[in-house]
Design a protein. Structure first.
Length: 157
C-alpha cells in the first residue's frame, strides 16, 4: 500500500511537467506561425533607410555581403559601458559624452559606407536579367510597405 501511495505522489508531478512541456511546444509553434504571418503581410524588418535594397537581393548575394562585412569589421565605436561611467559621473561631463557619441556615429558611418560599397559591387556584377529580377523584387517590397502603411493609417483613423 505504501508503494501505491509513492507512485500516486509522483503522478501529479509527472503530469504537471508533461503539461508544461506541451504548452511550451504549442506556444513556440504559435509564436513562429504568428511571426511568419506578420512577416509575410507586414512591412519588411528593413523598413527604414536603404536596407530594403539589401532585402531585395537574392539570398546568396545577401549572405556573401554579410560575410564580407563581418570579415571587414572595424571598431564599433565606444563601449556602452564607457557612456554608463560618464552618465554616473558627478558632475556630468558633456564633452566626454559628446566624444562617445561622435565615436559611435563615426563607426556607424564606416559600417554604412562598407555596406553601400558591397551592395554596389553586387549590383554591378549582375547581368541585365538579374538586375531586372532584382528591380522587380524591390518594387514588390516597396508596394508591400506602402500598402502596410496605408492600412496602419486607416486603422488609426
Amino acid at each position: 500500500m505504501a508503494e501505491v501511495a509513492t507512485k500516486r505522489r509522483w503522478m501529479p508531478i509527472v503530469l504537471g511537467l508533461s503539461l508544461a512541456v506541451n504548452l511550451a511546444v504549442v506556444a513556440a509553434i504559435s509564436g513562429a506561425a504568428l511571426r511568419h504571418k506578420s512577416y509575410s503581410k507586414g512591412p519588411t524588418h528593413f523598413d527604414k533607410g536603404g536596407a530594403i535594397y539589401m532585402q531585395a537581393l537574392p539570398r546568396e548575394t545577401r549572405r556573401e555581403i554579410r560575410q564580407t562585412l563581418r570579415g571587414d569589421r572595424r571598431s564599433t565605436g565606444a563601449n556602452p559601458a564607457e557612456m554608463l561611467g560618464i552618465l554616473k559621473d558627478v558632475p556630468f561631463d558633456v564633452d566626454a559624452a559628446a566624444r562617445v557619441l561622435s565615436a559611435q556615429n563615426d563607426a556607424g558611418l564606416i559600417r554604412v559606407q562598407a555596406a553601400t560599397g558591397a551592395w554596389l559591387a553586387a549590383v554591378t556584377a549582375m547581368s541585365v536579367k538579374e538586375r531586372d529580377a532584382y528591380a522587380g523584387r524591390l518594387q514588390e517590397l516597396l508596394e508591400r510597405r506602402e500598402e502596410y502603411h496605408k492600412q496602419k493609417k486607416a486603422e488609426r483613423n
